[in-house]
Design a protein around this ligand. Sequence first.
Ligand code: LLP
Length: 421
Amino acid sequence: MIPCEIRVYLPYGLTDRRLMCDGVSLESIVERLGTPVYVYSARAVREAYRAIDEAFTGYPHAIHYALKANSTLALLRVVRQLGGRADANSIGELQVALRAGFAPDDLVFTGVGKTRAELEFAVAQGVAAINVESPGELDRIAQIAADRGVAARVAVRVNPDIDAKSHPNISTGLKTNKFGVALSEARDVYRARRDVRGLRFVGVHVHIGSQITTPEPLTRAAEVLSDLALALRSDGVALEHMDLGGGLGIGYDGRPALSAADYAAAVLPALRRCGLPVVLEPGRALVAHAGALVSRVVDVKVYPDSRRFAVLDAGMTELMRPALYGSFHRICPVVPRDTPDTPWDVVGPICESSDVFARDRPLPELRVDDLVAVLDTGAYGAVMASNYNRRLLAPEVLVDAGGWSVIRRRQTLDDILALEA
Ligand code: LLP
């Protein structure tokens, strides 16, 4: 196995020159299921969960896994068995969380642009908190709840105008972003509605972005949230929690980025000033390292200027992140040849020039039919896949306790044509 870096458990490594996931051979999985296929390590999810849980030991906290990172039922059950709760971003995610066994009380419901049907569902279920994006949404919730004779548990998501210093497409805390209520208005939004029938203010919420790898923005967000909660306390608004959102980044180069302990150290001093229990909504940090997208080389070609391409049977339809954010993923041959590394362009089969996983990536020789694994794809991989080019969603496998099982079968053409006239 590749030696594990301190603090981060990496499940993929070479044993006898063959890539394994927690000791399970990726070749054996491919033999049965073909490619492309997503493989996840249950152990990696558990280790990542424990790292966060332990980092916050001694401070009251709840880990609400952000389903949007990967909501396959079997993975949700792993999180639930650890004592985790859930953050859902749509009615679909709320329903999937309930089917995975989470109780309504385990759920926070976030998301810009919630529909009336979504709000009605969340109010009817009595979720732990609806994280509210605007005064208008608060008023719609109040109406829905009052009509049912209940008070909806709500928190206002504030937009603190903090730069998360991540990719612009996944930064959400700037005042130019569509998310939340301006910090300068938030206190008034609470005060103006504190006696509204149908609303029960239970928290304050912030989420400034994803794949955050420096502590400062997280510290500032925690400070802002703590200040707001203290101000509201002095206004007589008794809250139950502060929700810091998600955002903890991972090291896509295989080295630890910001560890869970660094994260806790960055936010705990601010949280302690206020003392309210904290809700965390990690997505990526729990599941990214667990996943690998295993794919087969279907063509190899060398241009006259000696640029080398390896064309895979997986592309942006299976893994959008490189095309969408130019993001880096480690790529490992499943059985690496003993040849010197040369630069390879590793690309998908889609007729889009953004369908590229890596450019000039140093890799040993690749040949047609070789298997490669694109690593750290447990988060925002399978969930962002599409049927573009009538390609079928890849199956997903969970490796656990030395064995593996299919947790989602490969989609068939009949599955998708069943929707059509
Ligand atoms: N809470 C809220 C309100 C969110 O919007 C998100 C992610 C999370 C929690 C979880 O954030 P995490 O801990 O995973 O950073 N598709 C992009 C990431 C989009 C994240 C959107 N919101 C990617 O592949 O990098």
